[in-house]
Design a protein around this ligand. Structure first.
Ligand SMILES: [Mg+2]
Length: 184
């Protein structure tokens, strides 16, 4: 099968990593419990930042957020390696800017994810992900973001949502943790 993955907050714990960086940079000690209650993808409101300030903060820290020691969700690498061993083709589709594509691909390889260079797509806006998923004719696709998942409700692709505090309303089967997850 052809199996596709979003990266951030599907395979790696990026928002939480950014949350800790924000606390450090802003000299705050916002409780992590509040982070786990967030009902939206963006994290800036916890730090008293408005939309514009949040945007500026994220962009100014982007390289540090992306390319430091962001933890991979437990079991994610083993899960994908197993799929690859079983003969499936693995694709990655991320909204990360194209300028960071090569560096992201290398970061993923260094972490131990199996990556084929031509199967790695960057700079995908929410609706563009759906287009590439259709074009590639993926059998299965995993993502965490409601705005992406909502474009895939009529898709022929079997879609799974990686569970997060902000996507509980999305009506797809869920991955709670990669360690115990099995493809149906
Ligand atoms: Mg994501």
């Amino acid at each position: 099968m052809k199996i596709g993955f979003d990266i951030d907050d599907t395979l790696i714990n990026l928002r939480e990593h950014a949350f800790h960086l924000y606390n450090k940079k802003l000299g705050k000690q916002i409780d992590i419990a509040l982070f786990y209650q967030l009902k939206r993808v963006e994290i800036h409101e916890l730090f008293g930042l408005d939309e514009d300030e949040g945007h500026v903060m994220w962009n100014s820290l982007m390289e540090e957020i992306y390319f430091t020691d962001c933890p991979v969700f437990e079991g994610a690498i083993d899960f994908i390696r197993k799929l690859e061993k079983e003969g499936h083709s693995i694709f990655y589709i991320t909204s990360r800017p194209k300028t960071y594509c090569e560096k992201t691909r290398q970061w993923m390889k260094n972490r131990g994810f199996p990556v084929i260079d031509e199967h790695f797509y960057c700079g995908m806006k929410d609706h563009e992900k759906m287009e590439i998923i259709q074009k590639l004719n993926l059998d299965v696709y995993f993502d965490d973001k409601p705005a992406v998942l909502e474009t895939l409700t009529d898709s022929n692709t079997k879609v799974y949502v990686k569970h997060q505090s902000y996507n509980g309303h999305v009506p797809f089967p869920r991955v709670y943790d990669w360690k115990n997850f099995k493809l149906e």
